[in-house]
Design a binder for this molecule. Sequence first.
Ligand SMILES: O=C(O)CCC(=O)C(=O)O
Ligand SMILES: [Fe+2]
Length: 492
Amino acid sequence: AMEQSHSTSVAGMVKLVLLEAKLIENLSSYADELERRLNILKRAVPQLQAESNKAISQMEEYVSNPINGFSLIRRMNQDWNDWMLFMEDPVGSSQVAYVSSQKSQLPTNVDLIEACIAIYRLQRFYNLTVKDVSTGMLNGKKYDVSLNALDTYVLGREHHKHHTVDLAGEWFAETNSWLMEHTLSTPIGADREKMLHFFASAFFDYKYYSIALSLFDHALVLGKKTGDPALLNRRRDIEKLAREEVLAKTEPKADATNYGRGCRGEFVGISNLYCVYKFGTSPFLLLAPIKMEIRLLNPFIIVFHDVLSPREIDELQKLARPLLERTTVVKFKKYEKDSRRTSKGTWIERDHNNLTKRIERRITDMVELDLRYSEPFQVMNYGLGGHYAAHEDFLGDTWADKKEEDDRIATVLFYLTDVEQGGATVFTILNQAVSPKRGTALFWYNLHRNGTGDTRTLHGGCPVLVGSKWIMTLWIRERMQLFTRPCLKETT
Ligand SMILES: O=C(O)CCC(=O)C(=O)O
Ligand SMILES: [Fe+2]
């Protein structure tokens, strides 16, 4: 199946919600078909039994009657063949075919691993315990959601396989307590005793013996098999290993970098320098002066407030939504998918339509740079734990497609949505954090006056904890700034 990176945008995951609803409807029709079939049997079997009981109770007498005799011969000749055909006829084959036809649309194992990594990232960045995640306690706010035993089991399993900080035990313990109290509405949950044995042996294989023992015991009691010698032997083996087991309790450690602190809102004592209104002679500025919040003078970082209207934003999202594709990063001069940047995005030409042209003019008013050779707009939507790890926007000398003196002099980053929790843009060296606010734009220079990259602009998009973060970026190129920014080049 084509990798669709389902978890990397909220817009993309909406498709899965719709597909799941159809699959459930399909499962319900499957149940209806089974029920119809069951109803036929429920009607027929008692009638067949009544006749058979009559025959059994007075066998010779029964068949001495020619009517009974004939009927028996005919039934045995014809009806049993029909029952066989009835039993052979697959139930719900059209529903099975539907599921099979949708299989390529379902998330793959890669999608699942990516989603696990997103959860671990959220734990690390926002200091969330396993219990927090599993019960929907996100950053001190309780949401009416929770994981089930299969969710926590998979999160433990992936930790066991891939992770250096081993939270597997915590996730497995959470799975255990879930299983003690609840039932699963999946095929594996249909037979509770079997399900407990399944998990017991899975945890045994992962060498989490105490958890295996607890589930095994639960299964014995449930199946009333506490006297079964073979099972008791098995129990003794597990118990022996469980007694020798040393369990280290690990909890996720909060990301201790400055970036992590910025994402958690721990930059303190750093307020905006000041706010000013930008007036001007252009039609837009005459009508509505822009509120500018100067964050830093060197390097220059500003936040422009209320520069896109809700209607403009709706239109941008409508335009971008069907075109979203997994974003990439440059690795060895090639663009590739990478867990350091998990979002979906699309490029929109600045002269695409009246709206984009209008926004382009507004940016010129705001930042007084010539946009002619700049890049198209990029509209992006982040997904589950979606982030963009710390990076610089300038191209430096490393990029194959960078032309002489045409680096990304500045970045304009529009926030198209508020984000309920997380998703700030953080400048890790400069101790600046900007929270997304619908309609606001962040602007900064990426280059020194002499045109080299200003490494102090290292920044990242923090993992989104709750919400759908949409942004639109414009990377302004250096070429054409000669007239608007004549002092750009220092003579060397
Ligand atoms: O999402 C963000 O806040 C940052 C995005 C960014 O830095 C970029 O797209 O270059
Ligand atoms: Fe960036």
